[in-house]
Design a protein around this ligand. Structure first.
Ligand code: NAP
Ligand code: 3JN
Length: 348
């Protein structure tokens, strides 16, 4: 059979915040596309989206949409993935899914290419993209784990509103105006659309992302805890997360505490590992106030790490500050990287 050099690609959720970033990356990276199909709900069907010098008409996603598709990139929510990803696979497509629908399915690889790209080869038609907060953390910690061993992670996140969708970002804008005008702030969405109470995000911090489970952790926190173990292939790894929404638009930041297996490791040893880590940029010079911030990381593909410090009271403990664009490395870029890897390694 002749080797394909260009592929039929479908983007499901093409009109959404993540879908739009995926389309831009497919163009910017010159992804080898034969035909690009843009899919959404009925609401957006008929809209035109620019791709290079072409205008593509968005279509409603149905099971038949996937006939002839080689690669389908899903980011339209978990229920859409549950319904349509198996249909795409039935039609012969390989799915890269951005939702939590299949992440913990043992037959589905959960992949951050810099960490476990070899798992892509084991796919049965679906590959899952982890949660944004998990992706940036494991990208920075895996090289440290490989070098010195990590047995414990405690993370607190500082997450941008864009992670909760375009409407949440709009809510932050409106509430900020209301606060500055000394009007009452109206909260309709955050912390979680489907939960009972809503609180202002402007000039605030909300320690709830997604709904609460019976154990007192939120689903976002449990995603970080479970997904990290799966990606690192280490069920014995201890991971505890506290996830917090803050009033800025782009990039998630994380304060991460790790306990190493090895004694006598110095900050300089961690710097050496991070300097050469794939997809990671070390920005750590307190003498000149150099450290990553969400604003500076926005629109960048890398994971930025700074504030590396040794715990003065525990010889194996270290603190780090990890920042990355939640819609790029946290979602769209990781998805496109997986798709690139499928092609490069002949894993379709
Ligand atoms: P968004 O801006 O609200 O966009 C949602 C997209 O899904 C839109 O294109 C929408 O189309 C489409 N859609 C909705 N219902 C559909 C249906 N029944 N059939 C087909 N398409 C449908 O949301 P977003 O921020 O891009 O996030 C989308 C999903 O990506 C999230 O629900 C989440 O699962 C995942 N996500 C993952 C991460 C991560 O951490 N890796 C980060 C953010 C989001 P219309 O224009 O027609 O409404
Ligand atoms: O809130 C954030 O910053 C990240 C949100 C991710 C998200 C939002 C809605 C549904 C997800 C996700 O990727 O885990 C999902 C989901 O697919 O469950």
């Amino acid at each position: 059979m002749p080797v394909k050099t260009a592929y039929n690609v479908a983007v499901v959720g093409a009109t959404g915040a993540v879908g739009q970033k995926i389309i831009q990356l497919l163009e910017d990276k010159r992804f080898p596309i034969n035909k690009l199909k843009l899919l959404s709900s009925k609401r957006s069907a008929g809209k035109r989206v620019a791709f290079g010098n072409k205008q593509i008409i968005v279509e409603e996603a149905t099971p038949e949409s996937f006939a002839g598709i080689d690669i389908a990139l899903f980011s339209a929510g978990g229920s859409v993935s549950k319904e349509l990803a198996p249909e795409a696979v039935k039609h012969g497509a390989v799915v890269v899914d951005n939702t939590s629908a299949y992440r913990m399915d043992e037959n589905v690889p959960l992949v951050v290419p810099e960490v476990n790209s070899e798992d892509i080869a084991k796919h049965n038609g679906i590959i899952a993209n982890p949660n944004c907060s998990t992706i940036q953390m494991v990208a920075a910690l895996k090289p440290i784990k490989d070098a010195f061993g990590i047995n414990r992670i405690i993370v607190s996140t500082y997450q941008a509103v864009s992670g909760a969708g375009a409407k949440a970002a709009e809510e932050l804008k409106i509430q900020s105006q209301q606060y500055l005008n000394e009007e009452e702030m109206v909260a309709n969405l955050l912390p979680v659309k489907g939960d009972e109470n809503h609180y202002p995000i402007a000039f605030n911090a909300l320690p709830q992302i997604d709904v609460f489970g019976d154990n007192g952790y939120t689903f976002e926190e449990m995603k970080m805890m479970n997904e990290t173990k799966k990606i690192m292939h280490d069920d014995a790894l201890s991971v505890a997360a506290t996830c917090v929404r803050l009033p800025f638009f782009t990039s998630h930041a994380e304060s991460v505490y790790i306990e190493l297996d090895q004694e006598d490791v110095k900050v300089a040893d961690l710097w050496e590992v991070l300097k050469t880590a794939d997809g990671v940029v070390l920005q750590d010079n307190p003498a000149v106030q150099e450290y990553p911030t969400p604003l500076a990381a926005a629109d960048k593909e890398e994971v930025f790490v700074g504030r590396v410090r040794k715990d003065p009271d525990h010889s194996k403990g270290f603190h780090l500050w990890i920042v990355s664009d939640n819609l790029l490395k946290g979602a769209a870029w990781n998805t496109v990287q997986i798709a690139q890897s499928l092609i490069k390694n002949n894993w379709l």
